[in-house]
Design a binder for this molecule. Sequence first.
Ligand SMILES: O=P(O)(O)OC[C@H]1O[C@](O)(CO)[C@@H](O)[C@@H]1O
Length: 550
Amino acid sequence: MNAESRARLNQTPEWTALAAHREQLGEVRLCDLFAADPARGTAYTLQVGDLHIDYSKHLVTAETLTLLRDLAAATDVFGLRDAMFRGEKINTTEDRAVLHTALRAPRDAVIMVDGENVVPAVHAVLDKMSAFSERIRSGEWTGHTGKRIKNIVNIGIGGSDLGPAMAYEALRSFTDRDLTVRFVSNVDGADLHEAVRDLDAAETLFIIASKTFTTIETITNATSARDWLLTELKAGQDAVAQHFVALSTNAEKVSEFGIDTANMFEFWDWVGGRYSYDSAIGLSLMIAIGPDRFREMLDGFHLVDKHFRAAPPESNVPLLMGLLGVWYGNFHDAQSHAVLPYSHYLSKFTAYLQQLDMESNGKYVDRDGREVDWQTGPVVWGTPGTNGQHAYYQLIHQGTKLIPADFIGFAEPVADLAPGLVAQHDLLMANFFAQTQALAFGKTPDEVRAEGVAEELVPHKTFKGNHPTTTILAKELTPSVLGQLIALYEHKVFVQGAVWNIDSFDQWGVELGKVLAKRVEPALTEGAEVPDLDGSTTALVAKYRDLRGR
Ligand SMILES: O=P(O)(O)OC[C@H]1O[C@](O)(CO)[C@@H](O)[C@@H]1O
């Protein structure tokens, strides 16, 4: 459909119907919805793979859901989904296919891009990664001095860092505990300094992860890491080959840096950075958990891909999660979305989702090049649940903002906890369930009074409730379950981008800052004149130089 024939989203009958429905529902109360339908707690649930999804605590009725699905149909979400899976170039501003789903497709799948089946190449790289991982894990691959590799340092940023770093934490109990795995992303030299200061260079492998191999932070850190290694080993350039490998789409730049392209693990321009940790970008993770676990994770991704592709709208979980976000963002003025995992292992999960969601859907221009007049991607935030309870939950419970939230929890703790620590799991999960209950149903003034609270404190101790949450519950956090969770969020983001008619797969908004940093740097170091620098930045640069004694 071209720009002229495509109606503006907020002028479609489906949008108007939702706006009217929102008006008519008014201040719908969750307690009333549950009172009217005692089976709601089981009826408003879905299952995908190992994930149980409870969406009963949402400010929706059956009619709301129908109207939201009508909007999805009107915006052809499933048409765009099919085009994505077929390998069409739906990333129009970069003229690229969007095929992270091919990264987890089975060996015998056929997915064509520009007349070529990409699946054999995906599996060839996976096989190469597996062989390399096994050589590291077994000690067969040694460093320049002949010592076994015991430390892995991944250097990358954005999608070349957040995914593997998040997944390494998430699957820590499945990792080889004899390996030290660290992630360096910040161009602040302190990051690399802290990562290597207690490492033996002779036992350290650097994985330079960069899709473009031009990202200034990564190349700067990689260059410093190379200097550190050669100084520590008192070795020449030939030591690099045993201690540096690259993950990239850019063989030329990898070779320019001095890494043998035989030690490069390839991926392709149809894998977006924030959708890439199940590609070669996951090498550090694969070394840590082993190729078999990595493939289990890919199977988890694939399971949800199949669900997204085949499940009807009524039971399609990514569709539902995406549409609920549309409901709050566009019809309740919610500005943010909290993701609150009740698992210490998911400590980096929300940070990972921030890039996935906000870099994908933080756009004010639609696919037709016109400014949108509707809200697009929310601010995504959150940290592991119990810690958040003692920090910002106050605002979720009694603040003035509507903050829809996802609660993610597991029935069983993973792996090797001592019995006493296993017992703590019920307390963790009691908090998990209690919080969504408190958020939904609150506490009335009468309930507060019945506890004998002094009248002047009653308003302070009242909880209005009615805060919507989705509960995602699984038996345990395995590699497969992690893959399922990530694919779920990838497709949720896709659904929202499709409804809002934005290109979820480019990221032009990060470019300007990069260009300006390059222009400003000579002013800091050499005091160079920067033409057209604004008054504030000029004064700040002068202050900086003064503080540095320049
Ligand atoms: O892998 P690269 O090319 O170094 O890029 C790193 C990150 O930079 C970005 O392009 C944004 O700055 C992300 O999309 C990407 O994940």
